[in-house]
Design a protein around this ligand. Structure first.
Ligand SMILES: [Zn+2]
Length: 541
């Protein structure tokens, strides 16, 4: 079974990357009847690119000027920087509190739900970023300012400024920010996570746009019809406490607000770039997708997508309004139910930190029949299409492993150590000492390096096969001990178990040692690791 998986990976088309780029940049002109179906929504939106008659997106310079003006006119706005993109562009963020505070300690002391809104991880999906500017303006003015007595809002309008400047999905080096949240190989995602470790989210909303035409016409002879697609965190290790909130509280509120304006949402789904593959997949379960990553961290986490890739500025006001209304509904919900949200997130984190359950390292997703709300490309009339649908919520666990007390990472695992530290995970500095009993991962080598398409798969395979072997290893001074009794435990396991899909070792980001072992060891319960003098008490085991 596992052997089949490993061999299957070698057969993936090497041209996948080029196909994807072509599909994502090819522009499609919608018929007049279709365009008429997606007219403007009467909502006030203060953002540069939704001005009447405007035909180009907001530039980086325009955005910075817009944000500086907001800061200048409202004391409840803090404007800061997450750092620089690969090409040196600023990545601004805004903190909105009634008191105008922004230091981590001061924000924590407010004891209000902290909602993060992230736009433009993908540079060719501009409506979400534009909606963030409109929301920022409304939070600076009387329109939404009143919410700030009950909720703290943090907005990143343009997470990928290089991609936005080039109107391309990826970062300047071509990699996808929204597959990098586990590994943090990009400057842009590192900057984001470093700030999130300080201003820890209770709710995260990630704004995107979906492809309207190209591969949907090729496969099904139809266009995507719905205005919005929503999806919560679907990785099988996401705590039930927060997923209950997404289904009982946030999704109904967002859907009601959209319906009130005649906007139709659906589950988020996608399909591969291979014309013969007619399967449609709900958004995947990769732990490197922000929706899943923040869900695994214990936050309420949502993806919102609008109908925008490949159709230039057609329907742009409606797309921006859709993002604006869904995000506003989420902010209003967090404000109205602040106590419930804070408690559910605290319980989720407590459950993760104290769990004794086995780790899920492999799962299979069920395929069901689903009718997609598509439309006719000429007339714009409804054209429902029944498909085989991989439902990411319906999973069968295929591989589990007992939960260790923690992990010992050798100095060769520096990239993994660094990524965990950026996220604010408790990573304990090891000092040299007597050998300790561990479980070593013996890793069966993969054939050839992982392609970018494999690495960025929404449902990555178990790329390596491991066997566990009892060993004694001597802790070395450059290494680290990562205890599992902490709220980041689900992230830690996803990152460090080599056969957990998307892990550091599985993607090749952390090399296997010449002996065939991963530089990461499992520590049995009760193990004491010699840690540096002055380490936090949680490091003492
Ligand atoms: Zn996207």
């Amino acid at each position: 079974m596992r052997l089949t998986v490993v061999l299957g990976l070698c057969l993936l088309p090497v041209m996948a990357g080029a196909q994807q780029d072509e599909e994502r940049t090819r522009e499609f002109s919608q018929s007049p009847a279709v365009r008429a179906r997606y007219g403007d929504i009467p909502v006030k939106l203060d953002a540069p690119a939704v001005a009447p008659g405007r035909e180009i997106y907001t530039s980086q310079e325009e955005m910075m000027t817009f944000l500086e003006r907001l800061k200048g006119r409202a004391p409840q706005v803090h404007l800061g920087s997450l750092g620089k993109s690969q090409q040196g562009r600023d990545i601004p963020y805004l903190v909105f509190t009634a008191e105008g505070v922004f230091e981590p300690q001061a924000v924590r002391a407010l004891d209000r739900p902290v909602v993060w809104l992230i736009g433009l991880q993908h540079g060719n999906e501009p409506a979400g970023g534009e909606a963030m500017l409109a929301l920022s303006s409304a939070l600076a003015d009387d329109e939404l300012k009143g919410l700030l007595d009950r909720v703290t809002v943090i907005i990143v309008p343009r997470a990928n400024p290089d991609g936005a400047a080039a109107f391309l999905r990826g970062a300047a080096n071509g990699f996808d920010l929204n597959r990098d949240h586990l590994l943090l190989t990009l400057a842009e995602t590192r900057g984001l996570h470093a700030k999130m470790a300080e201003l820890v989210p209770d709710v995260v909303i990630d704004a995107h746009e979906f492809s309207v035409a190209n591969r949907w016409i090729e496969k099904f002879g139809a266009l995507q019809g719905m205005d919005a697609m929503l999806l919560h965190a679907t990785h099988p290790a996401v705590p039930k406490e927060t997923n209950a909130l997404t289904e009982q509280l946030f999704r109904p509120a967002m859907e009601a607000e959209l319906a009130h304006h005649g906007l139709k949402p659906f589950w988020y789904y996608t399909t591969s770039f291979r014309p013969e593959d007619k399967t449609v997949s709900m958004g995947g379960n990769a732990p490197g997708i922000s929706r899943n990553h923040f869900g695994l961290s214990g936050a309420v986490s949502f993806l919102i997508e609008t109908r925008g890739v490949g159709v230039r500025m057609e329907g742009f006001q409606r797309r921006v309004a859709t993002h604006y209304l869904a995000a506003k509904a989420a902010l209003e919900t967090a404000a109205a139910e602040g106590r419930r949200v804070r408690e559910a997130v605290a319980q989720a984190k407590q459950a993760i930190a104290s769990s004794r359950e086995d780790l899920i390292v492999g799962h299979r997703i069920a395929t069901v029949k689903m009718t997609l709300p598509m439309i006719d490309p000429e007339t714009g009339a409804d054209k429902p299409v029944e498909v085989d649908f991989r439902d990411s919520r319906r999973v069968t666990v295929t591989a589990t492993r007992p939960r260790p007390a923690g992990y010992l990472i050798a100095p060769e695992g520096a990239a993994a150590i660094e990524a965990l530290k950026v996220k604010g995970v408790l990573v304990c500095q090891v000092r040299g000492g007597e050998p300790i009993a561990v479980e070593a991962f013996q890793v069966a080598a993969r054939k050839g390096p992982m392609t970018q398409a494999e690495r960025e798969n929404i449902n990555p395979e178990q790329a390596v096969v491991v066997t566990l072997e009892p060993r004694k290893v001597q802790p070395s001074a450059g290494g680290a001990f990562v205890p599992m009794a902490q709220p980041a435990a689900a992230i830690i396991a996803a990152a460090l178990e080599p056969d957990s899909p998307g892990s550091h070792v599985g993607t090749g980001m952390t090399p296997v040692l010449p002996s065939g072992e991963a530089p990461i060891y499992r520590l049995p319960p009760g193990t004491r690791v010699p840690v540096a003098v002055g380490s936090p008490s949680a490091c003492e085991g």
